[in-house]
Ligand binder design. Structure first.
Ligand SMILES: Cc1cc2nc3c(=O)[nH]c(=O)nc-3n(C[C@H](O)[C@H](O)[C@H](O)COP(=O)(O)OP(=O)(O)OC[C@H]3O[C@@H](n4cnc5c(N)ncnc54)[C@H](O)[C@@H]3O)c2cc1C
Length: 300
């Protein structure tokens, strides 16, 4: 343990909000990853700012995570400090057809709040296992909807500790990306939905979740779709047509149920997954001349 970093963190946070040598497999849906030197669990915006400031002043790097559902963490873990913004930032407030959500709220919970208030437009996100912050960064989407369609305003903290707000097109949303820069920390977003019929919203969410259960390997650890959709193609179809369904390296394999997913049998290492990603990219390129780009974010 680096005592210098620990004492700097103790200067701005209660000790019970600082975890040392924290195994990242506990914080990722892939259940992969070595230890983070430190993980902090701030409880309010001032604490985030104090952490970011002290780290910046001392040249120590930080990585922000939400629910870890789009992450591949290196087997050697993560150097510096991981700032986990999850349940301590999960407040969701509704006014008429507007929802203001803090970054750590799970999308399933926001969807449930929308349902309880008969608000339609967020059904697409009910089964995505991420937080609001991770979903805004990724412009997460499914079944024809994406965060871009509902997020009208976002407040974030820069790496300098300044708090800023962007609205509309300033988010720079594109396919699985946004304009936020490395080090920016999403704090909260405003979502605008429409009044709808509660039973219809509920039926739609159940239907989409049933489709997920039928088509996706939810019974195995993964980080969702391993690759972005290449324009004009579907990654899963290309991988299947390349004969890679079920292809295995170590404990990682191309899912038998959905070739767009890489799953772990519970023993996969990050090295296994990286090798499999590389192999799949090469095979697909050699056969179809299409470059697959990982959707999963690799961090160390
Ligand atoms: C079974 C399964 C199904 C999935 N289905 C879908 C799907 O249908 N559609 C889809 O788009 N995705 C899907 N995903 C991927 C994933 O759930 C989404 O990308 C989700 O938005 C990630 O949110 P998270 O909180 O888990 O982010 P993390 O995985 O923790 O982080 C993802 C990225 O966001 C950054 N980040 C997280 N929180 C913040 C914050 N507050 N401020 C700044 N940066 C932040 C991280 O640094 C990282 O770069 C699926 C994943 C799984 C495991």
């Amino acid at each position: 343990m680096d005592n210098n970093i620990f004492s700097l963190l103790c200067g701005v946070l209660d000790k019970n909000l600082i975890l040392c040598d924290e195994p990242m497999d506990k914080h990722t849906s892939f259940k992969i990853g070595g230890n983070a030197d430190f993980m902090v669990l701030p409880e309010n915006i001032k604490q985030i700012k104090d952490v970011v400031t002290v780290l910046k002043d001392n040249g120590i790097r930080y990585t922000v995570i939400g629910n870890g559902s789009n992450l591949l963490v290196d087997d050697a873990g993560i150097r510096g400090v991981v700032i986990k913004l999850a349940k301590n930032f999960s407040q969701v407030v509704v006014t008429d057809n507007t929802i203001i959500s803090r970054c750590g709220a799970l999308l399933s919970r926001i969807a449930n709040v929308a349902l309880q208030n008969s608000l339609t437009g967020f059904e697409f996100a009910a089964g995505i296992p991420g937080t609001l912050g991770g979903a805004v960064i990724m412009n997460a989407g499914a079944y024809g909807g994406e965060m871009k369609d509902v997020v009208v305003e976002t407040t974030y903290m820069t790496a300098e500790g300044d708090i800023r707000t962007v609205s509309g097109a300033e988010h720079g949303f594109g396919y699985r990306k946004s304009a936020f820069e490395k080090g920016d920390i999403i704090l909260e977003s405003t979502l605008v939905l429409q009044k709808g019929d509660k039973d219809a919203i509920s039926a739609q969410m159940s239907e989409l979740n049933a489709q997920r259960r039928a088509k996706q390997p939810l019974e195995f650890p993964s980080a969702g779709s391993a690759f972005k959709r290449p324009e004009g193609y579907f990654a899963g179809k290309l991988i299947q047509d390349a004969g890679l369904k079920g292809y295995k390296i170590g404990g990682a394999s191309v899912s038998e149920k959905h070739s767009g997913f890489i799953v772990s049998d519970g023993t996969a290492t990050c090295a296994d997954v990286l090798a499999l990603i590389d192999y799949v990219q090469n095979e697909v390129y050699n056969k179809f001349k299409v470059k697959l780009e990982p959707e999963v974010r690799y961090i160390k």
